[in-house]
Design a protein around this ligand. Sequence first.
Ligand code: ATP
Ligand code: MG
Length: 336
Amino acid sequence: MAKDKKLGIGIDFGTTNLLVYVQGHGIIFDEPSVVAFDIETGDVIAGGTDAFNMIGKTHSKIRVSKPLRDGVISDMDAAQALLKYVFKRVQTLRSLKNSLCLICCPSEVTQIEREALKELALQMGITDAFIEEEIKSGAIGSGIDIYSPEAAMIIDLGGGTTDVGVLSLGDVVLSKSIRIAGNYIDQEIIKHVHKQHNLVIGPITAEKVKTEISTLIPNDKEKKLLISGRDLVTGLPSAATISSKEIFELLLPIFGEITNVVYTVLEQTPPELASDIVRKGITVEGGGALIPGIKEYFEKALNLKVRTATEALRVVVEGTKVLLKNRGSYLVNPQD
Ligand SMILES: Nc1ncnc2c1ncn2[C@@H]1O[C@H](COP(=O)(O)OP(=O)(O)OP(=O)(O)O)[C@@H](O)[C@H]1O
Ligand SMILES: [Mg+2]
């Protein structure tokens, strides 16, 4: 590796998923943003998928935490512990000496929190660290040339927040973030099942319902899913069948609210940039972009061209490859 070049490490620190890219190795971590601690010693017992599998099943000596909630850091200790956990994973592949780390986090994460994450990276032995908006990295990762003077509009439907942004000449011109995203939909599914099926279900079951049978296609072929939980009346374990039609009805008002936010951003967009958006259309990314019919839904609601990113869950980490290279990190292999 050239002496003046640094090893690039790109991180998408999302509310639901944490992804890590290391130059020369590709994406080495793509797991839930969850960490588990031993309460007595404070040690990290598990991170990512292993910690996720402990949710709701722990005893009094284990604490499982999701560091981010609604796009903000709600547990700084857990955020730092999880970052440390992934840096240790990187260290099993490469030394952190002479490295450059980019951490992408949701727009609502405060400056103080960003500094704390950066500081932690430096403490772990990273030579240089910087923070970027996830929407900027996501736009690049979805294949948009954000450095061109032509504006682009992105809708990132994540777990904690939906971010709507307009980018031009390499940066975010304006953006808006709302806490109506994947986790909110899960909560609405929990409420719906409670009310309509007299069944208490947990967030993991609700997420399963969303990822397996949600649809935004009117009159879509009906899918059904058997779900289990606790009967509201008897208090005993019970099951119910939920249909995609119910989820479609539930999603409509939620997406109505998201559409209103997109309208607000469009209204605030300077006219020259707005005309680029009319010509080029909008890109939808993040896990929510996987909901069937989302492209057609937004096309109809906004009367604009829409495309969904091909690797909707990986666009942010993909974008870090370009951002790191622009900062002078060493590109070991352009295919990585
Ligand atoms: N097939 C699917 N259909 C609907 N939603 C999905 C699908 N797959 C994943 N999701 C949802 O996408 C969300 C995760 O997306 P993503 O990884 O982009 O979020 P994040 O980056 O962790 O969150 P944020 O950007 O808000 O901090 C979760 O709520 C997840 O349930
Ligand atoms: Mg995200």
